[in-house]
Ligand binder design. Sequence first.
Ligand code: AMP
Length: 208
Amino acid sequence: MNIVLLGAPGAGKGTQGQKLVEDCGFAHISTGDLLRAAVKAGSELGVKAKSYMESGQLVPDQLVIDMVKERLDSDDANKGFILDGFPRNTAQAVALDSELADMGRDLDAALLVSVPDEAVVARLSSRRTCKSCGYTAPAGTDTCPRCEGEMYQRDDDKAETIQHRLDTYHTQTAPLIEYYKGHSILKEVDGNRPVDEVYADVKDLLNL
Ligand code: AMP
């Protein structure tokens, strides 16, 4: 299956995506994780992306589209993929459709994980992320439960940047809900519940 995950930052896309990957063996393509790795490595892409990410703005489309195209070409994406954090606007969605059409593939579902803004702000401000594997957990978790890496607070999970990221989501990304409704592949799950309850519904919605 080829799936796009939609939802505000902190809605739980990464967590649900990770569970789908563990259960179904799909490739998990998180553009945020790929970009953070590029910044950490100091690559040309990372140098270009850094300031946008720090201020909660979207990285320019072409940089992200090229990065995703390259990733979709990898062998592990052939057996199905979960795109997490991409597309973030209509231009990216159109580029994705055209790339998949060129590859003779298409999307099976766009899964919207819905969470109210107040819950997003609370979750993001108390979120800690593993420096090594990207696993996320609430504040108070100092060691990653998955790989024992060091947990830290992402710069863009600090209060001053969270509102900006939410504004960016509402103005640029939320219009994709109508876009995928128009393609008859939108599915919506209430993400404001315990992880396992959300995941049970996700599997039902995707017929897994
Ligand atoms: P995320 O981990 O998905 O919240 O992404 C963290 C940051 O990476 C975002 O605030 C953007 O600056 C950048 N980013 C991630 N995905 C994209 C994308 N599809 N288009 C543009 N910027 C992105």
